[in-house]
Design a protein around this ligand. Structure first.
Ligand code: NAD
Length: 347
């Protein structure tokens, strides 16, 4: 027996999907949009919205700081906005979700990275230097637009790390405590597509076929993240990002092969399937070799993490129990993090 939760978003996917935005706004029965986007990319969206645009907000930030949300809520109130359109990655999406949580306004997300937040009922917020995460159907976007054209300019470095961030959702879905055959198919297809697409994007960032594969995989991987619980890898990245300020997607990229190596003995069947999707004899070393061939960071040292903080990070990451296919020990995690710090091929 298994259960599967499908999150109720309407998705429009493909080259030129942004052109459907005004119709999607009208479909929701709203007419006063708050647009959340970086200043450099807001212009064409604002133009497309025309008279449906009530106001713009340009200051979304990583990890959704609550004081930024409060400023955005004031703009919502001042302009009587009745919907939020966010264009960008997890940061813009996080702000739209934080507004929806507090106002119930409908959201349309135009996703331009591969982080997958637009597919999840999860919101992580920071206040007073602390990050808290909650899950609520209230933050699920009503509509998601995936326009491949908007991803052609995603810088190569961010494309690589954001793509591995998506692979990480798929990897951990396959050995999740809530794993099920539907999500497994999403996960395996996401890994196969991204393993093929990322080297092609590195070689030619404007390769539309590779960008299409990567964005479709990001949608699938985000659906994995939104449907089943994650394990050790996400916990480690949450700790390294939340307590040590390491950047989100880069940290995922560095840690993933080592979290996989740690979990190999606890999830042999999932790892066999991942290896097959990667076209490699072993999942963890196959992932390491894929990432080593990309223009992407490979070690925690490279991200500026201090060797002296490894023990503290292991302590924090093991202080509360969480589901994982292999027992999580403080010693084992410190060893994992030490390998990730050097960037050596996982044993
Ligand atoms: P991001 O949204 O912070 O974007 C990184 C940078 O890339 C920004 O400067 C942005 O303006 C720029 N950018 C985005 N798309 C671009 C494009 N197509 N072309 C050019 N520049 C572009 O990065 P992210 O990795 O997508 O999101 C990270 C944040 O999302 C973190 O706060 C993380 O915690 C959160 N997140 C949340 C979930 C969830 O389910 N709640 C899932 C994944 C990530």
């Amino acid at each position: 027996m298994f259960s599967y939760t499908a999150n109720p978003a309407r998705v429009v996917f493909g080259s030129g999907a942004l052109a459907t935005l005004p119709d999607e706004v009208r479909r929701l029965g709203v007419s006063r949009v708050l647009l959340v986007a970086s200043p450099s990319r807001a212009k064409p969206v604002a133009a497309a919205l025309g008279s449906l645009l009530a106001a713009e907000f340009h200051d979304a930030a990583m990890h959704t700081p609550v004081d930024v949300t409060e400023r955005a809520l004031k703009v919502v109130a001042d302009h009587d906005a009745d919907a939020v359109v966010a264009l960008g990655g997890g940061s813009a999406t996080g702000l739209a979700k934080a507004i929806a949580l507090r106002t119930d306004l409908p959201q349309i997300i135009v996703a331009t990275t591969y982080s997958g937040s637009e597919m999840t009922p999860v919101l992580g917020e920071t206040a007073g230097g602390r990050k808290t995460t909650q899950s609520s159907p209230k933050v699920l976007p009503e509509v998601v637009l995936y326009d491949v054209d908007l991803t052609l300019g995603l810088p190569v470095g961010l494309s690589m790390t954001s793509g591995v961030n998506a692979i990480a959702h798929a990897v951990e879905a396959l050995y999740s405590a809530q794993a099920n055959p539907i999500v497994d198919q999403f996960a395996l297809e996401a890994i196969r597509l991204l393993a093929g697409a990322l080297p092609r994007i590195a070689a030619d960032p404007s390769d539309v076929d590779a960008r299409t594969d990567a964005l479709r995989a990001a949608w699938l991987a985000g659906s994995c993240l939104g449907s089943v619980g994650m394990s050790l890898h996400h916990k480690l990245c949450h700790t390294l990002g939340g307590s040590f300020g390491l950047p989100h997607a880069e940290t995922h990229t560095v840690v993933l092969p080592y979290a996989m190596a740690y979990n190999t003995s606890g999830a042999p069947q999932a790892m066999r399937r991942i290896a097959e999707a990667l076209g490699a004899p072993d999942a963890a070393t196959g992932m390491h070799d894929l990432i080593a061939g990309l223009p992407a960071p490979r070690s925690l040292a490279e991200l500026g993490f201090a060797e002296a903080d490894l023990a503290m990070a292991a302590e924090l990451a093991t202080s509360a129990p969480y589901p994982n296919p292999r027992e999580v020990t403080r010693e084992g995690i410190e060893d994992l993090l030490r390998q990730a710090w050097t960037g050596e091929r996982p044993a």
